[in-house]
Design a binder for this molecule. Structure first.
Ligand code: AMP
Length: 141
């Protein structure tokens, strides 16, 4: 993958062509639940600026993205009752990137609860809906 594909799956989510369990949106970013969550509350924050990865985004866009990650992660952690949060970001297929639109993973961690393997299983839509509601309730506090 050498150039940004305007029809990648996250671009389609941004255009409203594919649904998502939205948690937060502003002028520059969108946050939603990962459909193959590694733990309950696993969320993705993406830029609206089209960029394949960390190295294709403007400094300003990156700053806005990370500011949202910093603000959302503790709230997601609280909503699902986790004790810690893993923040993860992949650049390039060889590094594990599968969707070539810049995104940051927010993965809440609980003592004794292992990470599910990456891409292991699609979550039950009702479960995702309930988790999204829990998180949005904390975001609205
Ligand atoms: P990666 O590119 O490896 O950092 O991860 C891409 C992530 O996007 C994976 O964790 C997928 O489960 C997730 N994903 C793929 N398609 C969707 C979708 N339609 N909605 C939400 N998450 C998705």
């Amino acid at each position: 993958m050498t150039a940004y594909d305007p029809d990648n799956i996250f671009a389609k989510i941004l255009k409203g062509e594919i649904p998502c369990h939205k948690l937060y949106e502003d002028e520059d970013t969108l946050a939603f639940l990962d459909i193959m969550p590694r733990t309950e509350g696993h969320a993705l924050v993406i830029t609206k600026e089209p960029a394949m990865d960390l190295f294709g985004v403007s400094q300003e866009g990156l700053g806005k993205l990370m500011t949202v990650v910093q603000s959302l992660a503790p709230k997601i952690k609280k909503a699902v009752g986790a004790e810690g949060v893993l923040i993860q970001q992949f650049n390039g297929a060889v590094a594990g990137q599968t969707v070539f639109h810049l995104h940051v993973h927010i993965v809440p961690r609980k003592e004794g609860v292992p990470l599910r393997p990456e891409g292991a299983a699609m979550a039950d839509p009702e479960g995702l809906k309930a988790t999204a509601e829990k998180i949005r309730a904390v975001l609205g506090e």
